[in-house]
Design a protein around this ligand. Structure first.
Ligand SMILES: Nc1ncnc2c1ncn2[C@@H]1O[C@H](COP(=O)(O)OP(=O)(O)OP(=O)(O)O)[C@@H](O)[C@H]1O
Ligand SMILES: [Mg+2]
Length: 322
């Protein structure tokens, strides 16, 4: 086992399968075999303290599954996630102080609770303050920190705009004094202008509080703005990892290239767009060898046979040979 690096989150050989078979009796009647979705296979990377590690990949590539495993909402079938103790806030119940901000803040906030109760809940559960006066002061501080007004504490989630609701969700995440926050598409449901405000808020809080983010977005412009490093997932496997500027300037895996080429480019006044070609195969019966080979423009024989390992940050027989 690798030694634990200081101040980081270590994702080690994480795999996750979902059994989506019919019941035994229905399988006997229909003659259908067991069906297992391979949502994640051998996922391995580190998140350094204070950085924003972004995960990108098409729908169904396993981003949310990994996010849920990292925060402990879901168990891994293989491997483990090790969170450095300096990022962990020890909870009364022994859990880890990792918080998650979801795409739809309305669904993740209790609609029957006022904001003050939503924000107070982690503080109470974790016994972070000594008395009611301190609790009240802490709630005001947190609301101010995320750009809300102390008067907002009496409001219910439905009385806010989408952007404000996401601010409440961020205040709740910070209330637990977590230093590591997992954000799954935190701004995808918001208007572009509001999206920028929330992203700027997250960056400001990261600087102020030294937060570490695992950030998921399908919007590559957002990823470029937020991330320090990026991991590219394809059918549940990491195919490439890189520093954000390096990866955008010089993607090496054919899938990363395809993904980035699908983003509209403004080139000398001309907007050029090349689409993503082919469809993502089924994770129930993934192609043999490199799962990307049926869509890959540069696939060689070996790609149909052997699963490429992540060597020098890229898992591709062709890129690794060149
Ligand atoms: N609870 C579940 N039961 C069965 N299959 C699941 C479950 N959760 C996820 N999956 C499957 O695992 C794969 C990965 O799903 P996941 O939600 O992690 O993808 P994603 O990258 O977050 O996609 P999106 O961009 O659409 O949010 C998909 O094939 C999905 O159908
Ligand atoms: Mg998802």
């Amino acid at each position: 086992m690798k030694p634990q690096t200081d101040g980081s989150v270590s994702i080690r050989k994480v795999g996750r399968q979902f059994d989506i078979s019919d019941s035994w009796i229905n399988r006997k009647i229909s003659g259908k075999p067991r069906q297992v979705v391979n949502a994640l296979t051998d996922v391995e990377f580190e998140i350094e303290r204070g950085e924003t590690f972004a995960l990108v990949g098409e729908s169904g590539s396993g981003k949310s599954t990994l996010a849920r495993i990292v925060v402990g909402l879901l168990g891994a079938s293989q491997g483990e996630v090790v969170i450095d103790s300096s990022l962990r806030t020890v909870r009364a119940d022994g859990g880890q102080g990792i918080q998650m901000v979801f795409q739809d803040p309305y669904a993740s906030l209790n609609p029957r609770w006022r904001v003050e109760r939503i924000v107070a809940e982690p503080i109470r559960t974790l016994n972070l303050v000594a008395n009611k006066t301190q609790l009240s002061k802490r709630i005001d501080e947190l609301l101010e920190l995320v750009g809300l007004h102390p008067d907002d504490r009496k409001k219910y989630p439905h009385q806010f705009s989408g952007g404000q609701r996401q601010r409440v969700a961020i205040a709740r995440a910070l209330a637990s004094e977590a230093h590591f926050i997992v954000c799954d598409e935190p701004t995808s449901a918001l208007d572009v202008s509001v999206q920028a405000q929330i992203l700027n808020l997250m960056r400001r809080l990261q600087e102020q509080l030294g937060l570490t983010y695992l950030f998921i977005s399908h919007d590559l412009a957002v990823v470029r703005y937020m991330a320090t490093r990026v991991g590219v997932l394809y059918l549940g496997r990491i195919v490439e990892i890189g520093e954000v500027d390096e990866l955008f300037a010089n993607p090496r895996h054919p899938y990363t290239k395809m993904l980035f080429e699908a983003v509209p480019k403004v080139d000398g006044g001309r907007t050029e767009r090349t689409g993503i070609t082919g469809e993502i195969p089924s994770p129930i019966n993934p192609p043999a060898g490199c799962a990307f080979h049926p869509r890959c423009p540069v696939a060689i024989d070996r790609c149909r046979r052997d699963v490429p390992r992540l060597i020098d940050q890229v898992a591709c027989h062709v890129a690794n040979a060149g």
